[in-house]
Design a protein around this ligand. Structure first.
Ligand SMILES: Nc1nc2c(ncn2[C@@H]2O[C@H](COP(=O)(O)OP(=O)(O)O)[C@@H](O)[C@H]2O)c(=O)[nH]1
Ligand SMILES: [Mg+2]
Length: 368
């Protein structure tokens, strides 16, 4: 089999030469036809020049250059080149900064040999690790990204969703429309994993130690983090249509809530009683619309009755949050019309309501 290790680089001149040598050393003990494709975005530090020098020594080293447009864009270009021009059977993703150990490459390849379609060098399965020297902040950052991908996007079954060390069969990649992924930065890793899950690829995680880089700096930016979170929501909703339906239901809930609240006030009901009544009615109407319209297609584990019970538990909590906000605002800002307090109370309750219902009540069951 022909395997292409794609290494995206931006200012990695201090790492790339050493890494290419280390990989060549590992390749010598392997039976497959192993290649390296460096995708460099015109790094100002001359990374591409270093690679070119090595190309005269190694004929399995390839270079693709382009404008800097993000990690995902670089990978998309690299994968297309590996498949169309280099005839890859397997494509690896690997960082240039030695965070991924070259000696793990044969281990990932061995899983492909055993039949896996998508092998992840995983930090979060038993035996894998993140750097011991990482402080609480970096640990939390890494964990947070993974939690967003697993629980917000819903990729529950993969322990390390954000890993950048993977081996993927070309047969899987060929069925993915990369122009549809809609991501430019680090979110690419999660978007690609999601597509592999949609295609029912056989996914294997093997433990790796993730090593802290010693040369150069991380390129992860704020833009990447924002795109990462938006992408997770996007995956959760699966499509624009589901998202729009959810938004329409949410908007209708606001109208129902405030409409009934006003109705109860005009009927002379005390505002502290009118508020929870209106909240409850809108929660129920939202549930019914989401159940029978927005998420109708979702296969869930529970029967409708259990789902109804779970939903009631969630509603009760959401009602508490919404009503608590209403009461607090009424006490602190008595001069503001009560409708406004009621409106603001909807915000935290909606977030909680959606999250718990999506993750628990309407949790999608996996068919695998
Ligand atoms: N071509 C290209 N490579 C990138 C870009 N952003 C990051 N990289 C490379 O992707 C790999 C992982 O990036 P790194 O900054 O180490 O991310 P971190 O490990 O999450 O901090 C490294 O080899 C980077 O040089 C980019 O925009 N374009
Ligand atoms: Mg790194």
């Amino acid at each position: 089999m022909k395997a292409i290790i794609i290494i995206p680089t931006y200012n990695e001149s201090k790492n790339i030469v050493r890494l290419i040598h280390a990989l060549q050393y590992r390749f010598s003990g392997m039976t497959h036809d192993m290649h390296i494709l460096v995708v460099d975005d015109n790094s100002p530090d001359g990374t591409a020049g270093e690679v070119k020098k090595l190309q005269s020594r190694f004929n399995n080293v390839h270079l693709l250059t382009g404008e800097k447009a993000g990690l995902g864009v670089a990978y998309t270009r690299g994968i297309a080149h590996a498949m169309e021009n280099l005839d890859a059977d397997v494509v690896f993703e690997m960082d240039a900064d030695f965070s991924h150990k070259p000696e793990d490459v044969p281990r990932l390849m061995a899983e492909i040999d055993k039949g896996a379609d998508f092998v992840i060098g995983s930090r979060y399965v038993l035996g894998g690790s993140i750097p011991k020297e990482w402080g609480v902040r970096r640990r939390l950052n890494s964990k947070f990204g993974n939690i967003v991908a697993r629980y917000l996007a819903g990729l529950y079954h993969v322990q390390d969703c954000t890993a950048g060390f993977r081996a993927i069969r070309a047969s899987i990649l060929r069925n993915i429309d990369f122009s549809e992924l809609g991501v430019k930065g680090y979110a690419f890793q999660v978007a690609l994993l999601h597509q592999a899950l949609v295609l029912k690829a056989s996914i294997t995680e093997i433990p790796v130690d993730f090593i802290d880089r010693t040369e150069g700096e991380s390129k992860l930016g704020v833009k990447d983090i924002i795109e990462f979170i938006l992408n997770a929501w996007w995956i959760r909703f699966d499509s624009l249509k589901t998202f729009l339906k959810f938004a329409v239901v949410g908007a209708s809930g606001v109208v129902v809530n405030l409409g009934f609240f006003t109705l109860f006030l005009t009927a002379g009901i005390n505002k502290y009683i009118a508020s929870p009544m209106a909240i409850e009615i809108s929660i129920i109407s939202n549930f019914l619309l989401n159940n029978f319209w927005t998420f109708r297609w979702r296969k869930t584990k529970d029967r409708a009755r259990i789902r109804g019970l779970k939903f009631n538990a969630v509603s009760f909590l959401a009602l508490g949050v919404s009503y608590g906000t209403f009461v607090a605002l009424s006490i602190f800002f008595p001069e503001v019309p009560p409708q406004l307090h009621q409106l603001v109370g909807i915000i935290p309750a909606t977030l909680l309501n959606y999250f718990l219902n999506s993750y628990w009540t309407f949790k999608q069951v996996d068919e695998n």
